[in-house]
Write a protein that binds this ligand. Structure first.
Ligand code: COI
Length: 354
């Protein structure tokens, strides 16, 4: 909310820069931008390795009007988080996975990506420079947004001659505010991805086309939209900013990452945790009919974490699902966040201390 925004563009007094925490109303954080002090910027030429970047004051960037990101959407973004533990360590969750995903996306969009080491090191530097904006334990997390964009001017449709790798951060709270569970509307008119497209990578172009459905659904009181596959219109794919799972008995199912589903880091981690506690996890096509007959449905994502779905509406049919203490999603949410917050030992090697 605007009231929680700190005046990052005004010069800070020396005494303020030594504060452990920035002046943020932590209790009021939602998923909105609170500008912080610094960001990371690096440039790379097409086909060459990136030069080391630098930490600069957070602010607007200058870019050619003829850049492919502005004209043709040649860009990728990532999302990961930093967590402050009770003993005041700052931890990242599986940053190597985001680095790898950016590389896969760069291959698909003919972009030159930073190396895996560069990506992780740059994330660490950006978080450290903005350490006082990492919320106190239990009061939120720091959302980290790396971008890889075609920034060099080129008029025709072709790879950019120059790329920019940027990272900015923001303290955040819950993505979906307030609700105990999501009320999803199945969109049977628009699709998010199609076979052979870019649904399997985190291309910027996957997001703006779904805003219309989202706005329409929200104006009818829904919390989010669930998209169906473009090829048949009968299988579930993804919610606007997260993956989806259904539960029936001992079986947990989620659509496979075969090109139209974003391979979520939380998706992968939650599948592993569900297997650890004895569930059979299946990655396979899941029809709308099965969704409507499931006992439980939940969503996963970096921003969303693990979120129960309370209802799904498909045409005129509305179905209710298990939520609350008895739900598997509640258990998986605490298993995951206990690891992320350092409440339980990380036996998986997922956490990286900065
Ligand atoms: C994330 O969870 O990091 C995402 O990328 C979702 C974003 C579109 C808000």
């Amino acid at each position: 909310s605007p009231s929680s925004m700190a005046p990052s563009s005004s010069p800070l007094l020396a005494s303020e820069t030594d504060e452990k925490y920035a002046n943020v109303k932590w209790e009021e954080l939602g998923f909105a931008l609170t500008p912080t002090d610094y960001m990371y910027v690096a440039k790379g030429r097409q086909g060459e390795s990136f030069s080391q970047g630098k930490i600069v004051p957070y602010g607007d960037i200058s870019i050619s009007p003829c850049s492919p990101i502005l004209n043709y959407g040649q860009g990728l973004f990532e999302g990961l988080k930093a967590y402050r533990t009770e003993d005041d360590r700052i931890m990242l969750f599986r940053p190597d996975q985001n680095a790898l995903r950016m590389q896969n996306g760069a291959e698909r969009l003919c972009m030159t990506p930073p190396s895996l080491e560069h990506f992780v090191e740059a994330v660490k530097q950006t978080v450290l420079a903005n350490k006082k904006w990492v919320p106190p334990p239990g009061k939120g997390t720091m959302y980290i947004r790396p971008l890889l964009i075609g920034s060099g001017a080129i008029l025709g449709v072709a790879p950019a001659p120059e790329y920019s790798f940027l990272i900015y951060v923001s303290p955040v709270g819950n993505y979906h505010k307030g609700s105990s569970g999501l009320n999803l509307k199945v969109d049977h008119k628009h699709h998010r991805a199609h076979p052979g497209g870019t649904g399997g990578v985190k291309s910027c172009t996957n997001y703006s086309p779904i805003v219309k459905s989202l706005v329409e659904a929200k104006s009818s009181g829904f919390s989010d939209v669930l998209f169906l596959d473009a090829a048949t219109g009968s299988n579930i794919e993804e919610v606007s900013a997260c993956n989806i799972f259904i539960v029936k008995g001992n079986i947990v199912s989620t659509p496979p990452t075969s090109g139209t589903i974003l391979p979520g880091v939380t998706r992968k981690s939650i599948s592993e945790l569900a297997r650890d506690i004895g569930y059979q996890v299946e990655e396979r096509d899941v029809s709308v009919d099965e969704l409507l007959e499931a006992e439980e449905v939940f969503c996963t994502g970096t921003a969303v974490v693990v979120k129960a779905v309370e209802t799904v509406t498909f045409h005129d049919k509305k179905v209710n699902y298990r939520t609350g203490e008895a739900a598997l999603s509640t258990k998986l949410h605490s298993m995951l966040t206990n690891i992320q917050m350092g409440v339980v030992e990380d036996k998986k090697g997922w956490m990286v201390e900065i």
